[in-house]
Design a protein around this ligand. Structure first.
Ligand code: ARG
Length: 468
């Protein structure tokens, strides 16, 4: 049956109305929309565009609105309806002067995303710090270095762990860059071409804590590249998080037994009581793929879209929110897990025995001591290993002192920037910590300036409400 319902903009088919609605997903931007409404109304009052009496009661109604009390096609219409219900159509009808849902929604999403970027940045820093702390504790404990999942060259736990925190620092840098491009105001762009009312776009941008105005109004309502950029940064971040999770899963297996995962972050099997399954890490690994999927979905929604607003854009917001939720949860959980993992030195030590990972250093010794070209040394050692000789025998054969091939020695002999020796791992740690300190300050300053501006907006709203 083709049941019709009365929507805000006239009669529509009931199922079409349901299909159109984003109210539930818009919960995420409710508060932002209230602030957008307040900033816009204050500006309209200051510019003498709407009557004082109407503006004041609109501000009061906005201040009292709760998500649970609104209803409508989307949050923008629902808030407007709430205001009209509270203060009557006569006065409430002024709220939407000189704006459109198109600039409204773009503004709200940018405001919410910038908050999430700040929060996620803090969570990345927490994870980085927990990794660095572990690395510091295990700074020179030996670990096989793997390539192709085969023992390659000896390294240390500290060196290996700091490789993750170093990558995460780049993710942090990406989010900071993304923040800067997100925190610009589309408000005042209207439907696409601004308005014939004399609005003040810089003022509303300031009220809402934006750093800048997006100048071209068509670009302001059309573009969602800031969302692609954010999801893409989350994707990058989740890839490294998924790598780390995967490694912990492997290391927790009986075959490796390099680490013990904390009990509270594993689950047992419903049938096999001996099992300690790394379910949380497995889910982190899998959920990171959803972000990759969201990146593809959102690119698809933007691809081939004509300029300016099209309803396709609405479908992007839940993808962004899901990506944010996964990223935040994963970061928080992984941080807790990292703090509590225990390394099994005994098993790591055993796995290092006779793993031939000193072979490349033996080749280096032949180069240095016997003046043999590296490729020749490599070939000779490789042939002898294939014939079943061990490195001790090969060293003796070449008159090389085998004791020079101790793994501890190899690790500490590497005296280059970023290498395995304690001195350079410590340097790496120090440099990483300095970077984090600076980024922390930067993120703090983002948050402070945002909070300051929104507090001011709140005060101004309250003052205006009270004004005679
Ligand atoms: N709910 C819409 C969204 O999220 C708001 C903008 C609607 N604009 C329009 N012209 N229909 O994108």
């Amino acid at each position: 049956m083709n049941k019709k319902v009365l929507g805000e903009m006239g009669e529509v088919d009931e199922s079409a109305q349901k299909f159109l609605s984003s109210l539930e997903e818009d919960r995420w931007i409710f508060e932002a929309d209230i602030n957008v409404g307040k900033a816009h109304t204050l500006m309209l009052l200051e510019q003498d565009i709407i009557p004082k009496k109407a503006g004041k009661v609109i501000l009061k109604a906005l201040d009292e609105a709760k998500y649970s009390e609104i209803s409508g096609e989307d949050v923008h219409i629902a808030i407007e309806s709430f205001v009209k219900q509270k203060i009557g159509k006569e006065k409430g009808g002024w709220l939407h002067t000189a704006r459109s849902r198109n600039d409204e929604v773009a503004t709200c999403v940018r405001m919410r995303l910038r908050d999430e970027l700040i929060e996620i940045s803090y969570l990345i820093i927490n994870l980085i710090e927990s990794i660095q702390e572990k690395a510091e504790q295990e700074i020179d404990d030996l670990l096989p270095g793997f390539t192709h999942l085969q023992h390659a060259e000896p390294t240390t736990i500290g060196h290996h762990l700091l490789s993750y925190s170093q990558a995460l620092i780049r993710d942090l840098e990406r989010l900071i860059g993304s923040y800067k491009r997100t925190n610009r105001s589309p408000l005042g762009a209207g439907a696409l071409s601004t308005t014939t009312f004399e609005i003040d776009r810089e003022k509303t941008a300031q009220y809402l804590g934006f750093d800048d105005v997006i100048e071209n109004s068509i670009d302001a309502v059309s573009s969602r590249d800031f969302i692609i950029e954010a999801i893409s940064s989350f994707n990058n971040l989740m890839l490294i998080i998924s790598n780390l999770s995967e490694e912990l899963i492997l290391w927790n297996s009986k075959e490796f037994n390099y680490v013990d995962l904390p009990d509270e972050f594993t689950s047992t099997s419903s049938i096999m009581p001996q099992k300690k399954n790394p379910d949380i890490l497995e889910l982190i690994r899998a959920k990171s793929s959803s972000i990759e999927g969201n990146l593809v979905s959102v690119s698809g929604m933007i691809n081939s879209k004509p300029r300016a607003y099209n309803r396709d854009l609405q479908e992007i917001n839940p993808k962004l929110l899901e990506s944010i939720t996964i990223t935040k949860n994963s970061l928080q959980l992984l941080e807790k897990i990292i703090k509590k993992i225990e390394f099994n030195y005994q098993d790591i030590q055993e796995s290092l025995e006779e793993d031939n990972s000193e072979a490349s250093e033996l080749a280096n010794l032949l180069v240095r001591k016997k003046k043999m070209p590296f490729r020749e040394a490599h070939n000779q050692i490789s042939k002898l290993i294939k014939k079943g000789h061990n490195l001790k025998e090969i060293s003796q054969k070449h008159d090389i002192d085998y004791s020079e091939l101790g793994k501890d020695q190899i690790v500490s002999k590497k005296q280059n920037i970023g290498s395995t020796s304690k001195r350079y791992i410590k340097n790496n740690l120090k440099n990483q910590k300095n970077k984090i300190k600076n980024y922390y300050k930067k993120i703090m300053s983002f948050r402070k300036s945002r909070n300051k501006k929104l507090k001011k907006l709140d005060q101004k709203t309250k003052e205006m409400i009270k004004k005679q």
